[in-house]
Design a protein around this ligand. Structure first.
Ligand code: SER
Length: 596
């Protein structure tokens, strides 16, 4: 029986032996900030898939493979069933920019997928069914794939056609996209239903498990909703490691595979109850604890906005479920330790962040515990009058005063079989956000200033980054360019080789260290000559005026710069490098963000 580690390893090796470069998982914080968290393996390759950047400039091959950390909030309510997860890993292979000699497209992708499943993993070919795109008003039926599957021994009876919802793939609303063809694995009639048309995507049962999605990316969707042919053809595939492991280990649910047994066993031990008796709660907590560990390891902290709020929701939900099953106070820490143990060999960053992970969990537990019991009492009070529905104002009070995320309020309502005015709640939330937006507008003097404040912080972060790079990589590091917007900083600098993950980590840690030291940022005016003599860094391409401003951050960094900058580094929050790549020969590029 293959372990999940073995499956991941075999997948990457299989594609490496067939000319693919193994690319490390990208951060869960995506480079293009159109989505909050990375939800597919292809996201780090979008500029190459769309043809905006040449893949051979940054990679050794146009054929790539990876195991990508992913997080999908969309499935949060389905967690607890056999196969849904928030955090999961996606195995994938890519062929970027097909040309007849060097790339592969439909036939190549299909043959490789079948080879991996059948020759490499030994899956029974008779159990494989496939789905293909039946076409719509813009894009024709994918007849070519049907023929290729047949040629490779999948009979027509096991090839099913579906529409856009199932067999056309795009990440979000715009960007590279195309018809896809999926391999589904038939787990046998004991998992099935009696419906005559039971097959892949059966709405009544989960006899057929979607095991691998092969996307044939040759279109791009623009903001108006129109499709254009891309200048190149690409293959983008994705197979969920959790599901594949369940298939190979012959388990009904991925929660019963080795990816989860350690966590679930630990939970049985600490709460002295059996998984079989508390399946749903055990599954939710063991799903969420993986997400909690991986999100905190990315530097995300619980908050009420964006990524921080996703983390807060899964943390608070786990804390509350922990209380229901009477788990001891430190149970999340014990489970986090199991997650780290399971994943550290492939994701070494987890072990390095162990302390931080514990600190964040403990702090959030303390914070939530202060209000949880009072909030539950408040909720019980609401129930006294036997309402049919919880009103918007009441729900919002639970959110606002007691820190209950919406899911928790919904769950409590479901348990007591009452409804909740969700629309009203959303309206209250918007109203409240509007008020606080106006508040911060008043504080900084205008909407642009709000974005401006983030850019200001990123300016200061750029100085810290520049200096940290010089400490870690050497004094030859020199700024070649800098670009800052309200979301991220981009910094180009002289350096001959790609930074390894240790160097990136070191730089990131150093910047965060300086932020935590809360250094004072000081501005002085002097002549260019004086500035350079005092050791201030200058951006050599620039022409400087008679008098220049010199910004010092504590005694750590000193640069000639026109600003603007913050007054104290603690204002910056948490610094995170999201990408290190080549910009041009001998010049590296770093993109980084500040997290709340
Ligand atoms: N991008 C596709 C998916 O996420 C294939 O990798 O399913």
């Amino acid at each position: 029986m293959y372990s999940s580690e073995e499956i991941r390893k075999r997948f990457l090796k299989f594609f490496q032996e067939r000319g693919h470069q193994i690319v490390p998982s990208a951060s869960l914080i995506p480079l293009d900030q159109t989505v909050l968290l990375t939800s597919a393996g292809m996201q780090q390759f979008v500029p190459y898939l769309s043809g905006e950047k040449s893949v051979l400039q940054d990679f050794k091959s146009r054929h790539l493979t990876s195991s990508q950390k992913c997080f999908r909030t969309l499935d949060i309510d389905s967690v607890g069933d056999d196969i849904h997860h928030t955090f999961f890993e996606m195995l994938g292979n890519w062929s970027i920019g097909e040309d007849s000699k060097k790339g592969y497209f439909k036939a190549g992708a299909i043959e490789l997928a079948l080879d991996f499943f059948i020759q490499e993993l030994g899956l029974n070919k008779d159990k494989l069914w496939v789905t293909v795109f039946k076409g719509n008003e813009f894009i024709p039926e994918d007849e070519e794939s049907i023929q290729i599957w047949q040629k490779n021994g999948i009979p027509l009876e096991r090839i099913k056609e579906f529409g856009e919802k199932d067999n056309f793939w795009i990440a979000g609303d715009t960007g590279p996209c195309g018809p896809c063809s999926e391999i589904h694995y038939d787990r046998g009639s004991e998992f099935g239903c009696d419906s005559l048309d039971c097959g892949p995507n059966c709405p009544h049962c989960d006899r057929f498990v979607e095991a691998w999605n092969l996307v044939f990316m040759e279109y791009e969707k623009d903001q108006k909703g129109n499709y254009h042919k891309l200048s190149q053809k690409n293959v983008d595939t994705g197979a969920g490691l959790e599901r594949l492991t369940a298939i190979l280990q012959k388990k009904k649910s991925s929660f019963e595979t080795d990816l989860f047994v350690g966590i679930i066993k630990k939970m049985e031990e600490v709460v002295q109850q059996k998984y079989e008796d508390q399946k749903r709660i055990f599954r939710i907590i063991s799903d969420h604890i993986r997400g909690i560990v991986f999100l905190i390891a990315e530097g995300i902290l619980p908050s009420n906005v964006e990524r921080g709020y996703i983390l807060r929701r899964i943390l608070r939900r786990s804390i509350r479920y922990g209380q229901i099953i009477k788990a001891p106070g430190d149970f999340l820490l014990l489970l986090a330790k199991e997650v780290i143990k399971k994943y550290s060999s492939f994701y070494p960053e987890l072990e390095e962040k162990q302390e931080e992970i514990n600190k964040v969990i403990r702090k959030e537990e303390n914070k939530f515990n202060q209000t949880l019991q009072r909030g539950l009492k408040e909720f019980d009070k609401l129930m006294i009058s036997n309402p049919k529905i919880i009103g918007a104002k009441e729900a919002f009070k639970l959110y606002q005063s007691y820190g209950f995320p919406l899911e928790l309020i919904k769950e409590l309502a479901r348990e007591r079989k009452v409804g909740i005015d969700q629309e009203g709640f959303e309206r209250e939330l918007k109203k409240h956000q509007e008020i606080s937006r106006k508040g911060s507008k008043a504080k900084f003097g205008g909407v642009d200033r709000e974005a401006g404040y983030m850019a200001t912080k990123l300016h200061t972060a750029t100085h810290l980054l520049h200096q940290a790079l010089r400490v870690v990589l050497g004094k030859q590091v020199q700024q070649m360019g800098s670009d800052i917007n309200a979301e991220r900083l981009r910094f180009d600098f002289f350096h001959n080789t790609k930074m390894d993950s240790e160097e990136i980590d070191h730089v990131e840690r150093m910047v965060n260290q300086k932020i935590e030291e809360d250094l004072k940022v000081k501005k002085e005016e002097m002549s260019y000559q004086e500035a350079v003599q005092s050791g201030a860094l200058a951006f050599f391409k620039e022409k400087y005026p008679e008098k220049v401003s010199v910004y010092s951050v504590g005694s750590f960094s000193k640069e000639i710069c026109a600003g603007p900058h913050v007054k104290h580094t603690a204002e910056l929050g948490k610094f995170k490098i999201i990408k290190e790549s080549s910009s041009s020969a001998g010049v590296r590029r770093i993109k980084a963000v500040l997290l709340k």
